[in-house]
Structure formats: structure tokens, C-alpha cells
Design a protein around this ligand. Structure first.
Ligand SMILES: Nc1ncnc2c1ncn2[C@@H]1O[C@H](COP(=O)(O)OP(=O)(O)O)[C@@H](O)[C@H]1O
Ligand SMILES: [Mg+2]
Length: 238
């Protein structure tokens, strides 16, 4: 059974229907990338999965449990953590305070303390910036903090919305490497939304290509790389 199984998912902002019935599956332990041009509906897909800001129809199952129609808090409790576009860290709070907020749903205080250390071991920069206000940190550090905060929820599935956005190539490389380690060491499945197709093809196990609210293509990175249209449109003819 896949960890996440989505069928005929539709999502709308008021009368504006953006997702027109998409199907996708995420295997336990995998990194799945959702690629597509600006405006295709990638961000909306992540919002639909955790029922924020959009009205949805269709079915969403997490580990066999139907989650569509549940509250966002319940969905988080069931194991989906969402790192939204723009990162969503609390700018006036410190690194440590942001991480503590990430654990707000948890009762296991000793394990929470250990998780601080785990997150600092993935992101030593965050430990150095422990007492610094998030808003004064670099874009890369803020992205690390956003991911760290989501990990404090101990999710089964991590939704990342354009983690590379606005960051220098070397910083992006760093973050993608750490993401891969987290996927392997924590057994967290990841749904990665990206415009950076090249990099996603390197890290993902499975790729979906979204075009104006529909899945246009699904396959392994190799399938996608070999597709002529994709090469022309998304990979600059490479
Ligand atoms: N809060 C919103 N209210 C109304 N329309 C929205 C909202 N957010 C996004 N949209 C529309 O939904 C479509 C898909 O947007 P989005 O999911 O953000 O695409 P992507 O993340 O792939 O760039 C766009 O046409 C966008 O204008
Ligand atoms: Mg987006």
C-alpha cells in the first residue's frame, strides 16, 4: 500500500477551480517530486493535501486512512507536515522558539529535547543561530529552520514547497543533500514541489509533471529525462 494515495483530487479558490482531478501515489520512504511551470497548481496541491486555504473534492488516503475533510490539525497529527512556500517561519522569534513551536502538538517532552539535538546535527548552522531571530537570518538558514520546524512534528510525510526558491546554487545543493539524508535516516517520505527540474531529477525516486491542474506525465527520473517534450520545455533542451 502506498503511504499517500490521491484520487480525482480537485481544488478550488471560490469558483476558480485549479486542480481538475489529479491522481498521485507516494511510496513509503520515497522522494516524489511534483514539477511544473509557474501557476500550474503545485502550491495548491500541497494546500489541498493538508486542507488549508482551498476547497477540495476527491479522495486522499494516508496509510489507508481517509483524510480529506479532516481539519488541518488532525492531518498534522496523522503525520503530514507542510513547509509552505515563503517558508512560514515566525520572523520575530528565535530559531529555538520556532523549533519549539514545531513541537506544539507533542506530549513526549524527553523525545522533543532529543529532537532538538537531531535537528541541530543535520543543520549545525541552526545551532549557531539558536538564539537569533529568524527574520535576521539568511534565506538558506530560514529554509533550514522551516524544515527543522516541520521535522519537530515527527511527520511520516514532509511536503516541501520550492525549498530552493531565491537561494544561491551552493546553498540549494546543501539543502538538497541534507533533505536526502533526512529521507534516508529518518525514513520520512517527501513530496517535493520544485521549478528546478534538473535538481529534482537527481534526488527524486518518482516524478509527476503538473500542467494547468492536470497530471501531464508520471514516471521515474529516467523516463522524464528521456521525454522529448520535457527536455525541450523544462530542461532547456539539454
Ligand atoms: N489564494 C488564492 N486565491 C485565488 N487563486 C489562487 C490563490 N492561490 C493561487 N491561486 C491561483 O491558482 C493557480 C495555481 O496557483 P499555484 O498553486 O500557486 O501554482 P504554482 O505553485 O504551481 O505556481 C494560479 O492560477 C493562481 O493564480
Ligand atoms: Mg507555488
Amino acid at each position: 500500500m502506498p503511504l499517500l494515495e490521491v484520487k480525482e483530487l480537485r481544488a478550488a479558490y471560490g469558483a476558480n477551480e485549479v486542480l481538475q482531478g489529479i491522481d498521485l501515489q507516494i511510496e513509503e520512504g520515497s522522494i516524489t517530486a511534483l514539477l511544473g511551470a509557474n501557476g500550474a497548481g503545485k502550491t495548491t496541491t500541497l494546500r489541498a493535501l493538508c486542507q488549508v486555504m482551498v476547497k477540495t473534492a476527491g479522495s486522499i488516503q494516508l496509510g489507508g486512512t481517509r483524510i480529506e475533510g479532516k481539519s488541518t490539525e488532525e492531518i498534522v497529527r496523522l503525520g503530514i507536515a507542510h513547509v509552505p512556500d515563503g517558508r512560514g517561519t515566525f520572523q520575530a522569534l528565535t530559531t529555538e522558539e520556532n523549533l519549539r513551536l514545531g513541537a506544539y502538538l507533542r506530549r513526549d517532552k524527553a523525545a522533543v529535547a532529543a529532537d532538538f539535538e537531531r535537528i541541530y546535527s543535520y543543520f549545525p548552522r541552526l545551532k549557531e543561530r539558536r538564539l537569533q531571530q529568524a527574520g535576521t537570518m539568511s534565506g538558506g538558514e530560514q529554509q533550514m529552520l522551516a524544515i527543522g520546524r516541520a521535522l519537530m512534528l515527527r511527520p511520516r510525510l514532509l511536503l516541501l514547497d520550492e525549498p530552493s526558491f531565491g537561494l544561491a546554487p551552493l546553498v540549494v545543493r546543501d539543502i538538497f543533500e541534507i533533505m536526502k539524508r533526512i529521507n534516508q535516516e529518518e525514513k520520512v517520505s517527501i513530496l517535493l514541489v520544485e521549478q528546478n527540474a534538473m535538481l529534482s531529477l537527481e534526488v527524486a525516486d518518482s516524478i509527476y509533471l503538473l500542467e494547468t491542474g492536470r497530471i501531464a506525465l508520471h514516471g521515474t527520473p529516467r523516463d522524464i529525462r528521456d521525454n522529448d517534450t520535457v527536455r525541450r520545455v523544462y530542461l532547456g533542451g539539454a
